[in-house]
Ligand binder design. Structure first.
Ligand SMILES: [Fe+2]
Length: 294
């Protein structure tokens, strides 16, 4: 299911792609459910063929092993991710990277290396093939470690205690209209982040990307004629406190009970019915140490 070598690659690169458990017929059902969801206003938890994917024990078990946890549950839902074909003229790769690169999770290296890991495990299953030109996500291997080590150095202890949290940040320049402004990921080596080379997360249909989104990654233009189709899920170790912006926290507490009702009884624990593991964490008040004046 998940080899030591694959876990080591996740730790070193912040990402690894593994084989999934589904047959072609099961993937056909899941992809058809994805297509129906994109064509309707139905919420993803109301589509039984889609819920069946996420309640497969494989995901929970992979998350548990990746997070070195006795138990794990969902931290977010089962979003259908679409990367539709882009209209030419296409942007240059450097332009796409400089516009799109960001992190989603703020955590320290100690969070990542603890047992259980205090990190959000992103598990993305690809419902169709992901060749490089079909908008394969770009990931800057190893940046998760450099950036988490930075948070380890600069954050005040009281703030470290509020991690991990969903907190989207990017390298400068940050648009003054951006919620994070003026917070950013500072340059941490001689080569600016935007001049570093990300790797395309190519995959075969049914494979699963295990991503640590505390590192830099970016959406990418799809130069194909069909969309890239993914089901994104995220998980956390039992007992780890997680921060979410208020709007996301409110949404989670609304849709988890709906999802839970539709899970098989023996799978209900993956969507907890209590939320004491979830705290509210917004861009305000700012953490001053994350954007020093220099
Ligand atoms: Fe992201």
């Amino acid at each position: 299911m998940l080899s030591e070598e694959q876990i080591a690659r996740y730790e070193r690169h912040g990402a690894v792609t593994i084989d999934g458990p589904f047959t072609d017929a099961e993937l056909d059902r899941a992809e058809a459910a994805w297509d129906r969801l994109r064509a309707s206003r139905t919420p993803p938890w109301a589509e039984p063929d889609y819920v069946d994917v996420i309640q497969h024990p494989f995901f929970e078990e992979v998350a548990r092993r990746l997070l070195r946890a006795d138990a794990a549950h969902l931290w977010w839902g089962l979003a259908p991710h679409e990367r539709g074909p882009a209209e030419p003229p296409y942007l240059e790769p450097r332009e796409q990277w400089s516009q799109g690169c960001h992190v989603d999770i703020q955590a320290t290296l100690e969070d990542f290396e603890s047992t259980p890991r205090r990190m959000r495990a992103e598990l993305w299953i690809w419902l169709n093939e992901v060749p490089e030109h079909r908008g394969a996500m770009r990931i800057l291997h190893g940046s998760h470690r450099t950036i988490m080590a930075h948070w380890s150095r600069v954050l005040h202890p009281a703030h470290k205690a509020m991690l991990p949290r969903v907190h989207g940040l990017r390298p400068p320049p940050v648009d003054p209209g951006d919620a994070a402004f003026p917070e950013h990921i500072p340059e941490l080596s001689d080569t600016p982040w935007v001049d570093q080379q990300p790797t395309p997360a190519v995959a075969r249909r049914g494979q699963i990307l295990l991503l640590c989104s505390a590192g830099l990654h970016s959406a990418w233009q799809n130069r194909d004629t069909v969309p890239r189709k993914a089901l994104g899920t995220s998980w956390v170790a039992e007992g780890v406190r997680c921060g979410l912006p208020k709007d996301q926290r409110d949404r989670l507490m609304t849709f988890f009970p709906e999802l839970r009702k539709r899970l098989r009884p023996e799978r209900r624990h993956i969507a907890p019915d209590r939320f004491d593991w979830l705290s509210e964490s917004d861009y305000e008040p700012k953490w001053e140490e994350t954007f020093p004046e220099d």
